[in-house]
Write a protein that binds this ligand. Structure first.
Ligand SMILES: [Cu+2]
Length: 77
């Protein structure tokens, strides 16, 4: 069973993104993770938008952990 059956867009608030270099680091950290189809970091809005695949279950804990390890902790709202 998959947690996400359809394409799912998740936007994370990541206050420490400050430039295009950060965006690249985030791309490298998360793209290719299970269930993640697209990673769209935005240093102006300070968000990371994830497009999650409907076929696999994305592990949001693993994703936020990878972001923290890369130096970009997700802000909890
Ligand atoms: Cu930067």
């Amino acid at each position: 069973m998959s947690l996400f059956k359809k394409k799912n867009i998740v936007t994370l608030s990541v206050p420490d993104i400050s430039c295009g270099h950060c965006e690249m680091k985030i791309q490298n950290a998360i793209s290719g993770m299970r269930g993640v189809e697209k990673v769209k970091p935005d240093h102006k809005k300070k968000t990371v938008t994830l497009e999650l695949s409907g076929d696999e279950t994305a592990d949001m804990n693993a994703i936020t952990e990878s972001l923290s390890e890369a130096g970009y902790p997700v802000a909890v709202e």
